[in-house]
Structures are given as C-alpha cells and as structure tokens.
Design a protein around this ligand. Structure first.
Ligand code: DGL
Length: 242
C-alpha cells in the first residue's frame, strides 16, 4: 500500500522508522512540516490549515491511507477532519488508548502544551480506567530538533521532578518526538516509556505490496538530514524540499 505519514518534523520520522520496521513492504511518503514547527504551540486554526495542505499533498501522491504521526494534530483536530478527505486517516491516540486497556494503572502522560490542554488524550485514557498524571513539556521538541541536546536533562528534571515519588508504572510519550528521548526519561524516573511506534504500526490493517520511501520537508538544513539518517538508520537517504 501507499501510506502517507506526517508530523511537524523528526517525531513523525521516529514513527516512520517503526512503520518501516514492523510493516516493511509498503511505500511510505512522509511529510515533515519543519517550517511550521513546533505544532505544540500553534492555534487550532493554524493546525487545521497545515493539516489541510499536507493531506491534499499526500492525496496528490495517491496514497491509500494517511497516518497522523502527531499527538498535537491527533488531539486537537482529528475528530473534526478525519471524514473530510475521502481517504482513511488514522490518529495516534485511539490505538494507544485501546492497546493500554487493562495493561497499566497509573501513567504519566507527557505531551506538547496543545495536546495536554485539549484533555482529549487524558480523557480517552481515563475511559479505560487508567489514572493519568499529565504534564506539558514545551521545551522537549525544540531541543530534540535543535542543537542544544545537552539541555535535555535539565528540562527532564524540571518537568518530571514532581513525579519521582508517585506510583507511576508507565510513561506515555504523547508527542511522537519524545520516543527519541526515551532512554533519558526512563533513566530519570526509572519507569518504562511506552513503545508507541510498535503500537501504531501494529494497529494498522495494511496489505503488503512493494517497498518505497519518499521523504519531504517544508524546510531542510544539514542537521535535519543527519538526524533523519541517524533515526531511520540509512546513510543513503535523500530528503526533498517542498
Ligand atoms: N510530534 C508532534 C506531536 O506529537 C509535534 C510536536 C511539535 O511540533 O510541537 O505532538
């Protein structure tokens, strides 16, 4: 199948890596909206405008389905837009919440400001009888995308210190960027970070076809290319600017 995947940047690339790992025989067309990053600080109207452009672009590429590899779009506008484009569109929140039913008790949901403030992710987890602590982590995305990687532990301490003495059994990365700092999060709280890429990939009913990969970004620089190569694990990868 031809599968469109999108996000603001590297978070969706982390999801794409897992889609390729668990569902390899498909053609993936990825769009990263780096020019509008971070999505987590945008208004709903802005998010709708960005998603509309990207979904139409992916439709022009004749994809069979679209995966929104973004917690912010999934929580803020997915329900409004999912039936508007005549093509199956999948979010990341529903598969994660369905998967977690009866698997955990007290979780720490970390996500962007827009995702946490929408309360959508939290209430869908609570519907599964899960107790949810939630925390906005606005500095994580700029650090993951940027150059000051050494600052990450400072912000992990700032955002997570209050959860050290809570009885949390699972950290949920409610932003697709956060699996890229799973080890650091696990080390700080000594709690497992949920493997959302595996859950998203295994929730999809995808028929095998031929392999393919095209990656587009709205803004590209050398460090982006290096990061994509590192995450996907392919040094030959090429990025196209749109
Ligand atoms: N990775 C996206 C998310 O899951 C977007 C993060 C951002 O651009 O702020 O929320």
């Amino acid at each position: 199948m031809r599968i469109g995947v999108f996000d603001s940047g590297l978070g969706g690339i982390a999801t794409l890596k897992d889609l390729i790992k668990y569902k390899p025989n498909n053609e993936y067309i990825y769009f990263g909206d780096t020019i509008n990053l971070p999505y987590g600080e945008k208004t709903k109207e802005e998010l709708k405008e960005y998603a509309d452009k990207i979904i139409n672009f992916l439709k022009e590429k004749e994809v069979d389905m679209i995966i929104i590899a973004c917690g912010t779009i999934s929580s803020n506008i997915y329900e409004e837009i999912k039936d508007s484009y005549g093509i199956p569109i999948y979010d990341i929140i529903n598969p994660i919440c369905n998967y977690l039913e009866n698997k955990c008790h007290d979780v720490l949901l970390l996500a962007t400001s827009m995702t946490i403030r929408s309360k959508v992710f939290k209430s869908k987890l609570e519907e599964k009888n899960i107790k949810v602590y939630d925390k906005e982590c606005p500095m994580f995305v700029p650090i993951i995308e940027g150059k000051n990687k050494e600052d990450i532990n400072k912000y992990i301490e700032e955002y997570l210190i209050d959860y050290k003495n809570k009885n949390i059994d699972l950290i949920i990365p409610g932003c697709t960027h956060y699996p890229l700092i799973s080890k650091e999060l696990e080390n700080y709280l000594n709690v497992k970070v949920l493997d959302i890429g595996y859950i998203i990939a295994s929730s999809l009913d995808i028929k095998d076809s031929k392999k393919g990969l095209e990656i587009y970004f709205s803004k590209i620089d050398d460090s982006l290319l290096e990061n994509v190569k590192r995450i996907i694990g392919d040094t030959e990868i090429k990025l196209k600017k749109l």
